[in-house]
Design a protein around this ligand. Structure first.
Ligand SMILES: C[S@@+](CC[C@H](N)C(=O)[O-])C[C@H]1O[C@@H](n2cnc3c(N)ncnc32)[C@H](O)[C@@H]1O
Length: 196
């Protein structure tokens, strides 16, 4: 999967990595920044997604589609499709360019708007990557977990970097007998849950 990343995907990943690095250094306002995951996290979620059972693949928080490109590698490998949600119109437009340039439009469905308004329409979720504003993590978790298939995987970013802001969801997951959960020190820290 990682040794044969298609050239258009690699080129777009590199381009978005450069913008993200520049954004973080030059004081670009928070809402305009891409706020992408590091490549290490991309590889890790792609590995988990490649091993997920059959069902719906979801991503909540697309931004420019960088993490989506990593997940698309797993989708290609497994013959799956992915739905990704983005609330900001300008980010959604950049993401569409990303998927057009990488040639992934056939396997990625970009849904514009607040994911919380749409999640009830998705059942049999087998993989979900959660990377949004900190205050909606807990509601997204509660919307997704009941809709997951047995063996389905939910991964939430920022579990170590923002553990105070995400305390509600992290505590929820630790005592939730619907899932087995662990926080792993990959990238900014990932909460990984497997539905029982
Ligand atoms: C941290 S960025 C995502 C970065 C992306 N996962 C990546 O690594 O390339 C969070 C994104 O989630 C979007 N977002 C925040 N709240 C959302 C919501 N309730 N529904 C959909 N998108 C949301 C933001 O507009 C922002 O683009």
């Amino acid at each position: 999967m990682f040794h044969d990343i298609p050239k258009p995907t690699l080129a777009r990943m590199k381009y978005l990595e450069e913008i993200d690095t520049k954004d973080r250094a030059d004081g670009t306002p928070r809402l305009s920044r891409l706020r992408q995951i590091p490549a290490e996290t991309g590889k890790f979620i792609a590995l988990l997604a490649a091993g997920a059972p059959a069902g719906q693949y979801l991503e909540i928080g697309t931004s420019a589609g960088y993490s989506t490109l990593w997940l698309a590698l797993a989708c290609r490998l497994r013959g799956r499709k992915l739905t990704t949600f983005e609330v900001l119109e300008e980010k959604a437009e950049i993401a569409l360019q990303t998927f057009e340039l990488s040639g992934d439009e056939d396997i990625i469905d970009l849904v514009r708007g607040n994911a919380l308004d749409h999640l009830a329409g998705y059942e049999d979720v087998s993989f979900c990557f959660l990377d949004v504003e900190k205050e909606v993590y807990s509601d997204c978790y509660e919307a997704v977990v009941p809709r997951m298939v047995s063996g389905g995987i939910l991964v939430a970013d920022n579990a170590i970097s923002h553990k105070t802001e995400l305390r509600l969801m992290l505590d929820q997951a630790q005592v939730d007998d619907r899932v087995d959960a662990i926080v792993v020190p990959v990238g900014k820290g990932l909460l990984v849950c497997r539905k029982k």
